[in-house]
Write a protein that binds this ligand. Structure first.
Ligand SMILES: Cc1cc2nc3c(=O)[nH]c(=O)nc-3n(C[C@H](O)[C@H](O)[C@H](O)COP(=O)(O)OP(=O)(O)OC[C@H]3O[C@@H](n4cnc5c(N)ncnc54)[C@H](O)[C@@H]3O)c2cc1C
Length: 396
């Protein structure tokens, strides 16, 4: 939509083909329906650092349409933006559909012809030149073609990876896509029982065969299949690597700000206040908020109806050890249906990022999730779409 709108703004005659009945299915579910539209990192070096190895190739397109341009593009079209935690930017209305409406209007104002329910099946090319796309056995010709068919995450929104196949058939190199920015599946029932509960500001250590591999700090969320939340989703790539090495176990420190001694003191003070009560009846004063009694069965040697005044120092230590290292076993990454983006796609070396033009076809432009550019969650994906879409539309 950004690419089509920009090309039309330049006076080009633009036809936008969409296989769904409506445009923007994925855009409308971004950020849980709130749309994390960009990231307000002001330092461009730092911002581009979030795109990994693609950093150097992105200077040019970001200089043509960067974060500031995203702000002015949407705000000048009556969509005020607000910066929230971790520099994430949302429309003030917190409605992704309002972002969609701005782009819809952009298309209308430029006179873009939109044809929905039009699934492109094939791309026809000859001698480094794209001649036509094939829809319903009919060829549609044009002087330039912009591919914006997305990646493979949430295929129900229409992104089924068609563009990866076309690009491969055209002789481009496409890194096999895998789900990225994705939650993880776990074996442990206690996590699944806590579906919907967030554990803020925890510290998680990841292990392979008891060897600590890395530690992360931040907020996590329990789901009916495992663990989610930005911290988990952004480390999915590293977890995928670990899963190749062996069984991945995790320890969640629910109280990273307290050392063993001060957590024990907290427990002693709770026990002192409720001397004749059972462990289960005071448990909520000890366990992380929202976890209820789900963690109690993990205390193998202490019955939940034990009176707190009979709990020994060693048993207290077991409670401390549990809360400082809640055990979880990761069984794998979730699939495309839960991934924010797919890792993989067209190798950036094969695109002139100053124009987003293919280096093999002089009239083919490639944008957004089709490109092999790793990035975390936080608005970086949509910013990449605005940037590459604008630059493609500016040059096609
Ligand atoms: C649940 C979820 C939440 C997200 N939240 C955020 C967020 O808050 N912030 C952020 O920065 N990023 C977010 N993302 C990532 C972001 O949505 C994507 O990076 C972005 O939508 C990619 O845009 P795109 O134009 O490349 O492709 P898409 O948005 O996937 O659009 C591709 C379009 O091409 C159409 N198409 C595909 N094949 C064909 C064909 N053969 N013929 C015709 N049309 C076709 C599809 O129907 C689709 O409409 C989220 C992703 C998901 C799945």
């Amino acid at each position: 939509m950004m690419a089509a709108g920009r090309a039309a703004e330049r006076g080009k005659s633009v036809l936008l083909l969409e296989k769904n009945p409506d445009l923007g299915a994925k855009l409308k579910i971004t950020g849980g329906g709130r749309c994390n539209i960009t990231n307000a990192e002001e330092d461009e070096q730092k911002l581009l650092g979030h795109y990994g190895k693609a950093k150097s190739a992105l200077h040019s397109p970001f200089s043509q349409f960067g974060v500031k341009d995203t702000f002015s593009f949407f705000e000048s079209r009556d969509l005020p933006l607000v910066v929230q935690r971790y520099s994430r930017v949302f429309p003030k209305t917190e409605r992704a559909v309002d972002v969609f409406r701005v782009l819809e209007k952009y298309l209308k104002q430029g006179g873009v012809e939109v044809r929905t329910n039009m699934s492109v099946k094939k791309i026809k090319a000859e001698n480094g030149h794209i001649n036509a796309v094939v829809v319903d056995d009919k060829e549609i010709v044009a002087s330039s073609f912009i591919l914006a068919t997305g990646g493979k995450s949430h295929p129900e929104t229409g992104s089924t990876g068609d563009g990866f196949l076309w690009l491969s058939l055209l002789g481009h190199t496409v890194k096999e896509p895998t789900p990225a920015i994705v939650p993880v599946a776990v074996r442990d029932e206690w996590i699944k029982k806590l579906a919907g509960v967030s554990l803020p500001a925890v510290r998680i250590s990841f292990f392979i065969e008891k060897k600590r591999k890395f530690i992360l700090k931040g907020d996590i969320a329990c789901t009916h299949f495992g663990l989610s939340g930005p911290l988990i989703m952004n480390s999915a790539g590293n977890v995928a690597d670990l899963l190749h090495e062996g069984m991945v176990t995790v320890e969640i420190d629910a109280y990273p700000q307290k050392d063993i001694g001060s957590l024990d003191k907290l427990i002693v003070s709770v026990f002192d206040m409720h001397k004749n009560k059972s462990l289960k009846s005071v448990w909520n004063d000890i366990a992380p908020i929202g976890t209820g009694r789900a963690l109690l069965p993990l205390l193998k040697d202490i019955a939940s109806d034990t009176r707190v005044n009979s709990i020994t120092k060693e048993q207290r230590r077991q409670i401390v050890d549990l809360l400082k290292a809640l055990p979880v076993t990761i069984t794998g990454l979730m699939g495309y249906d839960r991934a924010v983006v797919s890792d993989g796609g067209l190798l950036l070396e094969e695109v002139d990022t100053r124009t987003m033009c293919s280096r093999k076809y002089a009239n083919l432009y490639i944008t957004g999730d089709l490109l092999h550019i790793n990035r975390p969650s936080g608005g970086y994906s949509l910013q990449l779409c605005w940037t590459t879409g604008y630059v493609a539309g500016n040059n096609a």
